[in-house]
Ligand binder design. Structure first.
Ligand code: RB5
Length: 154
């Protein structure tokens, strides 16, 4: 798979481990930094990764910040991007089976390396179930065109 990876300053160390894992698993990695030592704004990195996913330039994205929260909020602004923080085996698996998550967000502050390795592997190897979940994901995509009104009541 072609996978774009990015982190802010709080995820630099975890990102290098994730990049190493992806390389060992023979994925094509596009590492988008940060490589700066100073603090950076996570939306800037999220935009680099989520933009590539949104434009179809990569298959998936992985974003790491202190909590994984800011990265997911920013990444979800991009059309076709489904990003969420995953922090245990169940969220990693279900994010694929039910939500077809295409941007995995991780916490550099909270998670340990062995857990992250396993989360990434589960997330890469679990297929989207489709079926009724396809309909629900399509409804999420339709919300990208929302003008703020609720589509089920208009
Ligand atoms: C940076 O201090 C921190 O806010 C960021 O890494 C992330 O946790 C935001 O959600």
């Amino acid at each position: 798979m072609r996978i774009a990876v990015g982190s802010d300053h709080r995820g630099v160390s975890m990102r290098s481990k994730v990049v190493g894992l992806l390389n060992r698993l023979d994925h094509e990695v596009i590492d988008l930094g940060t490589n700066a030592e100073e603090s950076v704004d996570y939306p800037d990195i999220a935009a680099e990764v989520a933009g590539r996913v949104s434009r179809g330039e990569v298959d998936r994205g992985i974003l790491i910040c202190g909590t994984g929260l800011g990265m997911s909020i920013a990444a979800n602004k991009f059309p076709g991007v489904r990003a969420a923080p995953c922090h245990d085996y169940i969220t990693a698996e279900m994010s694929r089976r039910h939500n077809n998550l295409n941007v995995l967000c991780l916490s550099g502050d909270i998670l340990g390396e062995r857990l992250v390795d396993r989360l990434v592997e589960i997330w890469l190897n679990t297929e989207f179930e489709g079926g009724r979940h396809e309909r629900r994901v399509e409804k999420i995509t339709a919300l990208e065109k929302s003008d703020g009104s609720c589509p089920t009541t208009t």
